[in-house]
Design a protein around this ligand. Structure first.
Ligand code: SF4
Ligand code: SF4
Length: 130
């Protein structure tokens, strides 16, 4: 009994670790279809607020657009708080114009509040009309 335990200990000592020293080593892969960071493409969003109403985690706040966009008469857009989001993608599925851009990106840990605001605002293209 004791010999087998010693053998097991020695075998494991010689093995490579099963875990990665993350974030020092970053070659981490996720399963295809992993629900990661997402944001609304403001060239598609019509400001209907459906995603914010349907979000089970209350992670979406509608904010005022910094500029007038013809296809968005209400002049508002959704901002996702990634700290509250549970990545269920209900907002993505409910959007009537498929405005959400999805990704497998998961590295969002931050000291500051992390939101989709900048990504969405950067989706406004020159001229501002879809
Ligand atoms: S993925 Fe789910 S929890 Fe996150 S913002 Fe969308 S609806 Fe809310
Ligand atoms: S559901 Fe789609 S169109 Fe409506 S506010 Fe959300 S992202 Fe914009």
């Amino acid at each position: 009994m004791r010999l087998s335990v010693i053998r097991e200990v020695l075998r494991n000592l010689a093995r490579r670790p099963s875990t990665l020293a993350y974030p020092v080593r970053r070659e981490v892969t996720v399963a295809p279809g992993h629900r990661g960071r997402h944001y609304a493409d403001l060239m598609k969003c019509i400001g209907c607020s459906l995603c914010a109403v349907d979000c089970p985690a209350n992670a979406i706040v509608m904010e005022k657009l910094p500029q007038q966009l013809k296809h968005n008469p209400r002049g508002i857009y959704p901002v996702v708080d990634y700290g509250k989001c549970v990545f269920c993608y209900q907002c993505v599925f409910v959007c009537p114009v498929k405005a959400y851009v999805t990704s497998e990106h998961f590295e969002m840990a931050d000291y500051a509040i992390s939101t989709s605001r900048e990504l969405s605002l950067s989706s406004i293209r020159v001229g501002g009309q879809a």
